[in-house]
Design a protein around this ligand. Structure first.
Ligand SMILES: Nc1ncnc2c1ncn2[C@@H]1O[C@H](COP(=O)(O)OP(=O)(O)OP(=O)(O)O)[C@@H](O)[C@H]1O
Length: 605
């Protein structure tokens, strides 16, 4: 147990925490403009995108750059040299090479684009769903992906040609399906890694839908790697398609760079230069795509990354026996009865970690849930929020929140409760803020979604909330990213977010544990003031009896997954009936150095 801290100066919430130096991350104008700036100052990124843009322009606007049709043949012109408006001369059938190069590029690039689009359409949504939801869909899609990856692409394409014909577009669709696993694996891995991040939970607690969380928090994470992979796959598709055409497997009558190569190869003795133009076009485009992918990786991935503090990181392990306290009439705001939480472990066995908990929080009341680490406080709190970690479930009991049963509720019903009936203040403020978004984004999103405010109204309200939580420079903080503010400020921001939709109940899980001692006192004072002003009920999870003494009306003491004693704070602190509670109190006295009576800081120095 970390050493308990009793707030020194109740009621005084100073404004001391300041912005962190800009050196901690990209400065001022925000990450988007920093990314653009990085892109524009990278010669490789700029050069490759300019070359690609030139190729695409030539190909897309082919009629503007050539007056000749790519299929008009005149055998009299066969192998004719450049001249008379024919920039690169004639091929073996007397067709204009320049025009075939431009129109052929349309089919080659269009085919590659189709393959990438199919791969994205198949790979990204399935990767998102498998990574985010896991479960049977994940198992099934992994099996399918392994199967597809085991198939040799060229053989499948040859078989497709035999069955479905020589249409190059059909071949590209099949190629798209074959390369979709590259996107699937990339996205699934990234999403599964961030699924446990606390800011994803925080977004859920704000009552946001899964689709919105995925669009807002998850897609942002995979956006950069998907773009990079897209450029690489496009280069690969161009190469594969040209290879097929070169082997004479594609549709011979459609001009493509691969078909031009094939035709040039058959005449290599007579006109070796024929190989040059399609080879150059293919080489230049593929090399440009690879260079562009590499520079996009440097530009896009040079961003702040989420602090890797998944929720699993702070869990311990223990199991144990039984006893129960409290019951009687159920409170109007939160009433928990006989709550049990069970985890399914990796070996398939089950483990009950909360064993029949009863709890009540009345409107405007602050209940402290105390107990040593691993006693089940957080599991109880997560059950109230309907937000148990993966593998955990409420295996028994009832959680009535403002008259609505949380246990067994649909996602929709839970979303309706979160934000305006119940809100959450977490233990680790930084992990609960998505590093890709500004503080303003974090605060305005729930206001717009839950309260239906316009962008301008949400901004005003968010700034007002920042003022209420005593952030010194609200405008600046609004524009800042999480890494630009201190932990204390981040916790104030999360408290502002939690009270933004006027919840009836605030669940605060060790809200000051991750903060340093001086900031702890300020954040507690802030919570006390907001609770009093708004008349909120609070379920305060803590192991710190000092915090309990300062904030709580009543206390429930938890041990090994059970409530062992409940009572008013005064009674529990002055006359504990259980040895365990007495032990907790003794630990506070043992751990805390003897202190002189409180006096103002200046006087104490
Ligand atoms: N994902 C999990 N799988 C299995 N058991 C878990 C999991 N998460 C928590 N537990 C177990 O549940 C019990 C209660 O954990 P809980 O996090 O509620 O404790 P706590 O009192 O909040 O402690 P702390 O203050 O350290 O967070 C512990 O024995 C823990 O090992």
């Amino acid at each position: 147990m970390s050493s308990p801290v009793t707030p020194d100066a109740p009621g005084r919430a100073a404004t001391q925490p300041e912005h962190r130096p800009e050196a901690a991350g990209p400065p001022g104008p925000g990450r988007r403009s920093a990314t653009v700036r990085r892109f524009l100052t990278s010669p490789q990124a700029l050069g490759s995108s300019l070359v690609l843009a030139a190729v695409v322009t030539l190909v897309v606007f082919a009629p503007l750059f050539t007056a000749h049709a790519p299929t008009t043949a005149d055998l009299e012109d066969a192998f004719g040299p450049p001249g008379g408006g024919h920039l690169l001369g004639f091929d073996s059938s007397g067709r204009d090479v320049w025009s075939r190069l431009l129109y052929g590029g349309r089919n080659t690039l269009g085919g590659a684009l189709l393959a990438v689009a199919v791969a994205l359409a198949v790979g990204v949504p399935s990767g998102l769903a498998a990574g985010y939801y896991g479960g049977w869909f994940d198992s099934l899609s992994n099996w399918w992906v392994n199967l597809v990856m085991a198939l040799p692409a060229m053989v499948v394409l040859l078989a497709t040609r035999a069955v479905l014909g020589t249409d190059v577009w059909v071949l590209m669709i099949v190629l798209g399906v074959l390369v979709a696993p590259a996107f699937y694996r990339l996205v699934r891995g990234a999403v599964a890694a961030m699924r446990g991040e606390l800011y994803v939970d925080a977004a859920r607690v704000f009552g946001l839908r899964d689709s919105r969380i995925i669009a807002r928090h998850v897609l942002v994470v995979v956006r950069a790697p998907v773009i990079i992979q897209g450029a690489l796959v496009a280069g690969m598709a161009i190469g594969l398609q040209a290879g097929l055409e070169f082997l004479g497997i594609g549709s011979g009558d459609l001009p493509t760079w691969g078909a031009m190569l094939n035709e040039a190869f058959t005449n290599i003795q007579r006109a070796p230069l024929f190989m040059l133009w399609p080879g150059l076009a293919l080489g230049l485009t593929s090399a440009t795509l690879v260079l562009l992918a590499a520079s996009l990786r440097d530009v896009l991935e040079d961003r702040g990354t989420a602090p890797a503090t998944g929720r699993g990181a702070r869990r311990g392990g223990a199991d144990a026996p039984t006893t129960l306290d409290s019951a009687g009439e159920r409170a109007d705001l939160l009433s928990v009865r006989d709550l049990a939480v069970t985890y399914t472990l990796a070996d398939g066995s089950s483990r009950e970690v909360v064993h029949g908990v009863d709890l009540d929080v009345r409107r405007g009341e602050v209940l402290g849930l105390v107990g040593e680490s691993g006693s089940g406080k957080t599991q109880t709190a997560f059950s109230v929020l309907g937000l148990l970690p993966e593998g955990g479930r409420v295996s028994r009991g009832s959680v009535l929140l403002d008259g609505t049963e949380v246990v067994g509720s649909t996602d929709r019903a839970l979303r309706n409760l979160r934000g305006d009936t119940v809100a959450y203040v977490p233990q680790e403020p930084m992990s609960n803020l998505d590093p890709a978004f500004t503080i303003g984004d974090h605060l305005t999103e729930p206001l717009r979604v839950k309260l239906g405010l316009s962008r301008a109204q949400a901004r005003e309200r968010a700034l007002d909330l920042l003022r209420q939580v005593e952030i010194p420079d609200p405008e600046r903080t609004f524009r800042s990213h999480p890494h630009q503010i201190s932990g204390g400020m981040a916790q104030r921001v999360l408290i502002a977010g939690a009270v933004s939709c006027d919840p009836d109940l605030l669940v605060a899980d060790e809200p000051t544990t991750a903060l340093d001692v001086t900031v702890q006192a300020e954040v507690l004072a802030l919570l006390r003031r907001l609770q009093a002003e708004r008349g909120m009920g609070v379920l305060l999870v803590t192991h710190n009896l000092g915090v309990v003494a300062d904030l709580c009306d009543r206390v429930a003491v938890m041990r090994d997954g059970r409530i062992v004693e409940t009572g008013t704070t005064e009674r529990i602190l002055s006359d504990p009936r259980e040895d365990y509670t007495r032990g907790l109190l003794d630990a506070v006295l043992d751990d805390t150095p003897a202190r002189a009576p409180w006096q103002p800081r200046e006087a104490a120095q």
